[in-house]
Ligand binder design. Structure first.
Ligand code: G3I
Length: 381
């Protein structure tokens, strides 16, 4: 009978141990993002309808494991919720809120008043002309009151007004602004607060680091407060590039909003890995461009150099957020996996971008572990 040499015995013993089902029990499980973040800030993601309805099971698994806060990417926008005057469609929104409650998540409502994705009827009379200021105010009141009241005490925070200010600090010339004037913003906050006095209320925007826009948002926050209206936070959407804006610009905006007496929320974070046709493409969904191949150079994966640069950028941003966690209440990614991202079709359709924390195979990118480690170090201080 062949005598087992000590080395061979050790190899067999190791093989047995490493394959044993019990090994899993002894394995030290890495904390998830939601476990590592502790009380620093909420960590969230936007959900699409496939995830809300549980069809994208792999993404839902990630959401439950990694995040403690959710926002609906699209289904709560006015064009979906009230497509026809007086006809409310709450099916997807109800399912979204149910998902959040079942998984003990902080639920954010996105978004009550936005120039984009608002149904045409909102601004038109039966002759196709612009409605009067009084009619539009009443339509705003009815929409906000109906939606916010339905989820009173369940949706904890609302993006009340989205993207009302331009990069230079001037008002966006939207139908809301044209017909009502700048008062549409305080009115929206007033109606939302009346419908749910406990809910947190936010103003949300992109390119939120531009000095002009930043200063205008601070002025808006001050004016709402002077009117005695509730505003709890400014949403910095965070649709960023690898090299723009600078961390100093971003930090200055975080400081400016916090100094205005509101919480800072990073509401729609993604970092595009692709070349941008224009430096400040922002996130105005109407600012689209025709497809150009040179703007879509990484269809089969990122070169190491870009992957490294993207990872460093996302890491630097999270270091900034963690170092400013006293000012930041939430960091929300605008989607679960790269395949879900709106950035694959903006500013031009049909691109392959890599802006989020989980890849197209639903695998956590290396940055996830780095973020968890950054959080662990911060928690140990
Ligand atoms: O669901 C329909 C589908 O049935 C139809 O076949 C398809 C044809 O185009 O359209 C689908 O709807 C699209 C929807 O996303 C769901 O995928 C809309 O066309 C498309 O316009 C919509 O884009 C969304 C965009 O807001 C406009 O609402 C993006 O997913 C969403 O990520 C983006 O998010 C916005 C934030 O709400 C506000 N901040 C900027 C951010 C980026 O624009």
């Amino acid at each position: 009978m062949k005598v087992l040499t000590p080395v061979l015995s050790l190899c067999i013993a190791f093989a047995i141990v490493s394959c044993s089902p019990h090994r899993k029990e002894n394995e030290v499980k890495e904390p998830s993002l939601r476990e590592a973040v502790k009380d620093k800030f909420l960590i969230g993601t936007a959900l699409n309808t496939n995830q809300i309805w549980g069809k994208d099971t792999a993404a839902v698994k990630i959401v439950k494991e990694q995040f403690n806060s959710i926002v609906a990417e699209n289904c709560m926008k006015s064009m979906y919720i009230q497509p026809v005057e007086g006809e409310f469609n709450f099916k997807d929104a109800d399912k979204f809120v149910e998902f959040g409650e079942q998984n003990n998540m902080f639920i954010t409502g996105h978004t009550l008043i936005w120039h984009s994705q608002a149904p045409d009827w909102f601004f038109r009379d039966d002759k196709g002309k612009d409605v009067s200021k009084e009619v539009l105010i009443e339509r705003m009141r009815n929409h906000i009151t109906t939606v916010v009241s339905r989820y009173k005490g369940r949706i904890k925070g609302w993006d009340v007004v989205n993207e009302a200010i331009l990069d230079d600090g001037s008002w966006r010339d939207s139908k809301f602004y044209k017909i009502i004037g700048e008062d549409f913003i305080p009115l929206a906050f007033e109606f939302a607060h009346a419908a749910d006095p406990e809910a947190e209320l936010y103003y949300n925007d992109y390119n939120e680091w531009h000095a002009g826009k930043r200063d205008a948002i601070v002025k808006l926050v001050n004016s709402l407060k002077e009117k005695g209206l509730r505003i709890d936070g400014v949403g910095m959407q965070g649709h960023l590039g690898i090299d723009h804006p600078s961390l100093d610009e971003y930090r200055a905006a975080i400081d400016a909003y916090f100094s205005a007496g509101v919480e800072v929320l990073i509401t729609e974070l993604d970092v595009s890995a692709l070349p941008s046709p224009r430096r400040d493409i922002g996130a105005n969904i109407a600012d689209t461009e025709a497809y150009r191949q040179e703007m879509n150079p990484y269809t089969t994966g990122l070169p190491d150099s870009i992957s490294f640069a993207w990872n460093k950028r996302m890491g630097d941003l999270f270091t900034l957020f963690i170092d400013n966690s006293d000012k930041i209440g939430r960091v929300t990614l605008w989607g679960v996996t790269d395949g879900d991202s709106w950035k694959n079709d903006f500013p031009m359709p049909g691109r392959t971008d890599y802006p989020l924390l989980f890849d197209r195979r639903y695998k956590a990118k290396p940055i996830v572990k780095e973020i968890i480690n950054k959080l662990k170090v911060k928690n140990e201080k």
